[in-house]
Design a protein around this ligand. Structure first.
Ligand SMILES: Nc1nc2c(ncn2[C@@H]2O[C@H](COP(=O)(O)OP(=O)(O)OP(=O)(O)O)[C@@H](O)[C@H]2O)c(=O)[nH]1
Ligand SMILES: [Mg+2]
Length: 298
């Protein structure tokens, strides 16, 4: 072990949509986890690794903690809660522009039960006046749960250096866990599915994002250095299939074009992407399918 080397695991936790994935990408300095304005975007823990001389921090972006209505969501919340007990530090996030609500207090209760070391991140400070932070800092201090309270904007990067320094200071001694150039351990197929799903989440509305999943059917090198990808978007109703395809196939085309750009950037080569839409009723309660999309139902 290199002398003075430190390495630790840090969970990013909180209710849905507070900016956990945006913050992880900011701290790691690369796009590792997908982001959208739709709550419950992240469906399973995603690891992102920060490398500094003598220091490695393995961040674990977790699904937003929420009231589950389907087996899929039960599993999302179970995985997120389990991570709290497995890490050296929990960075709990709240949306500072909204203040604390019952969802945040529920997360605080989980932290208390997990007996984790915690710090509190007041995110989205770009959306609120500084004086609104004081009552939040006050209330958070009174819980006795947090070693530090750090206001940041994951979107603009404001104060994220300070957050990084606070986190780094708490990391235990130990050798690096991941090789130097590894930013995530997400398997390539799953990363591809996530990038396509991100476009579905960003381009559709209401219930459609929540009722879709993406399955990768094929990834293979083709002539001219091209990578051929076949993927199926699963919907749970005919009507959602209709929305996903759109008038004259317009929605499918929009999702396909932006997903292809994202995939080309991620894979560093040209991509030929074919997308299909299939209806599979009640897939969110289907163990087989959940396993296929990376949610190992116990
Ligand atoms: N203005 C502002 N928006 C932010 C900030 N951080 C995240 N967002 C936005 O908030 C929305 C949710 O961000 P995500 O990073 O997907 O949130 P999350 O906590 O990972 O959400 P789930 O995975 O659904 O639990 C997106 O539209 C982000 O662009 C911030 O600091 N400021
Ligand atoms: Mg997320």
């Amino acid at each position: 072990m290199p002398e003075g080397s430190r390495c630790g695991f840090v969970a990013l936790a909180g209710r849905a949509n507070v900016g956990k994935s945006t913050l992880m990408n900011r701290l790691v300095g690369a796009k590792v986890s997908i982001v959208s304005e739709v709550p419950q975007t992240t469906r399973f823990p995603v690891r992102g690794v920060l490398h500094r001389p003598g220091l490695q921090v393995v961040f674990i972006d977790t699904p937003g903690i929420h009231k589950p209505r389907y087996r899929m969501n039960e599993e999302m919340v179970r995985l997120a809660t389990r991570v709290l007990r497995e890490v050296d530090l929990v960075a709990a996030l709240v949306d500072a522009s909204e203040g604390f609500g019952p969802g945040d207090r529920f997360v605080f209760d989980l932290l208390r039960q997990a007996r984790s070391r915690n710090l509190l991140v007041l995110n989205k400070v770009d959306l609120t006046a500084k004086e609104n932070l004081l009552p939040l800092i006050d209330e958070a201090s009174r819980t006795g749960l947090f070693e530090e309270i750090v206001p940041v904007s994951a979107l603009t990067g404001e104060n994220s250096d300070r957050l990084q320094a606070v986190i780094a200071a708490t990391m235990p001694a130990g050798p690096p866990h991941f090789p130097e150039d590894m930013l995530t351990d997400l398997p390539q197929r799953q990363a591809i599915a996530e990038l396509i799903r991100e476009q579905v989440f960003q381009q559709t509305r209401q219930e459609v994002p929540h009722s879709t999943a993406v399955i990768i059917d094929l990834v293979e090198p083709a002539e001219g250095g091209l990578i051929r990808i076949h993927a199926t978007i699963i919907a749970d109703k005919e009507s959602q299939k209709g929305i996903l395809i759109g008038e004259g196939g317009r929605m499918m085309k929009g999702i396909g074009t932006s997903a292809r750009h994202q995939l080309e950037e991620y894979l560093g080569s040209r991509v030929h992407l074919s997308l299909w839409v299939k209806v599979k009723r009640a897939w969110r309660d289907d163990r087989e399918l959940l396993r296929l999309i990376g949610l190992p139902v116990s």
